[in-house]
Design a protein around this ligand. Structure first.
Ligand SMILES: Nc1ncnc2c1ncn2[C@@H]1O[C@H](COP(=O)(O)OP(=O)(O)OP(=O)(O)O)[C@@H](O)[C@H]1O
Length: 368
């Protein structure tokens, strides 16, 4: 659902930013530190309930303010709009509203406003810990499989309880096996959803990557977290004594990973920075494309477009994003790095950010 209106209050240097974005392409240009990324951060907050820059909520609430507030109107397929809002207070309290009603959790926002972020930090998907890649897979599994989130929550709870028992010690293998039934049942369910999702994602990823660059051959390998020849039940049973020794559960879906490889080794070790950015962009666009194919439009946030990409690859990325027919927000320091020639029929709005004030540049506006 594209954003038709966005009101941001007290996010970093944005005291009050209100604007009506294009349902298609939005270019935000401005000097370093002017507040461009903070606009994307606010949209991300509204989707995930958390920032992509910091886990500490106090860092993004504007100094000397008690809370930040982000409010948006989302277009629905039937032409009506849905009002969504999120307020985060300095004491950590979070208040999520949908049509004025308090929502149970931020997950309700994620369902309504799926967001994909491509930013200079996106390399973390390759170089960061497996937990970042698990989050990436789980985002997709969550949107694809309605049962995933309840299985994932139940499995996480069972795993936490098991690890607490193991940490305390003095638990026998036979007693532990009684606790393991639920862990295994839900863990298998989580694993099946992840596996099915990666199977869908892989051909889409190859297609998208070949559109961005024909020079790269990259493969995805899903590691489920234990020996692929064994069921989870077999792996947990075989590992029980060792878990007791170690004081934690050492095998299972909590160790899953998505390995990204070229013919000669890990993508991280063999690809240049720019090539890595193309691979990460392809992963995220492929993920977005799968949702779009299900009739679920999403918002792409591209922070600092020129970082690591030459002009040819920037153009290809813009072309690909344009072809998705999604809502896109692109930031850049220099106006000429977003000089891709968008189709006449594309609604492109260009904004300038100056010290936390956003204004629409009529020059860049091409209404369809
Ligand atoms: N909690 C806060 N309260 C007020 N201002 C803040 C807070 N945190 C950061 N800032 C300021 O807000 C601005 C945020 O800028 P932002 O990162 O959005 O800029 P940008 O235009 O994306 O810059 P760049 O091009 O350098 O990436 C900076 O000037 C920063 O000093």
């Amino acid at each position: 659902m594209p954003l038709v209106r966005l009101d941001i209050s007290h996010v970093r240097n944005l005291s009050s930013v209100r604007f009506e974005p294009s349902p298609q392409v939005n270019l935000i240009v401005g000097k370093n530190g002017s507040g461009k990324t903070s606009v994307l951060e606010a949209i991300h907050l509204l989707s995930f309930g958390r920032s992509f820059r910091s886990h500490k909520h106090k860092t993004y609430i504007q100094h000397d303010n008690e809370a930040c507030l982000i409010f948006a109107q989302l277009a629905q397929a039937d032409g009506r709009t849905t009002r969504v809002g999120l307020q985060r207070q300095r004491d950590g309290q979070i208040d999520v509203r949908i049509q004025g009603q308090r929502a149970q959790s931020v997950i309700e926002l994620a369902e309504r406003l799926p967001v994909q972020l491509i930013n200079p930090d996106a390399f973390r998907l390759l170089e960061g810990s497996p937990s970042i890649r698990r989050q990436f897979i789980d985002w997709g599994a969550f949107h694809f499989d309605h049962e995933f989130i309840s299985a994932w929550r139940g499995w996480q709870k069972a795993l936490k309880q098991r690890n607490t028992l193991l940490r305390r010690g003095k638990i026998s293998a036979s007693l532990l096996s009684a606790f393991d039934q639920e862990l295994i049942r839900l863990g298998e369910q989580v694993n099946l959803s992840r596996k099915a999702y990666v199977e869908k994602l892989t051909p889409q990823f190859h297609r998208v990557l070949s559109l961005l660059t024909d020079a790269l051959k990259v493969d995805l390998h899903f590691f489920q977290g234990w020996d692929a020849q064994k069921t989870l039940s077999m792996a947990v049973e075989a590992g029980r004594e060792r878990d007791i020794e170690l004081g934690y559960t050492h095998t299972g879906p909590q160790r899953a990973d998505l390995r990204v490889k070229t013919a000669t080794g890990d993508a991280l070790d063999t690809l240049s920075r720019g090539q890595q950015k193309l691979v990460v962009s392809a992963l995220k666009i492929a993920q977005g494309q799968l949702l779009i194919d299900m009739g679920r439009p999403l918002v792409f946030l591209v922070d600092d477009l020129p970082a690591e990409l030459d002009s040819q690859h920037r153009q290809k990325l813009c072309q690909l994003l344009e072809s998705l027919n999604s809502q896109i927000f692109i930031t850049s320091v220099e106006p000429d790095t977003t000089d891709f020639t968008w189709a006449d029929s594309t609604d492109v709005r260009q904004f300038v950010m100056q010290q936390g004030e956003l204004s629409l540049l009529s020059k860049g506006l091409q209404e369809s």
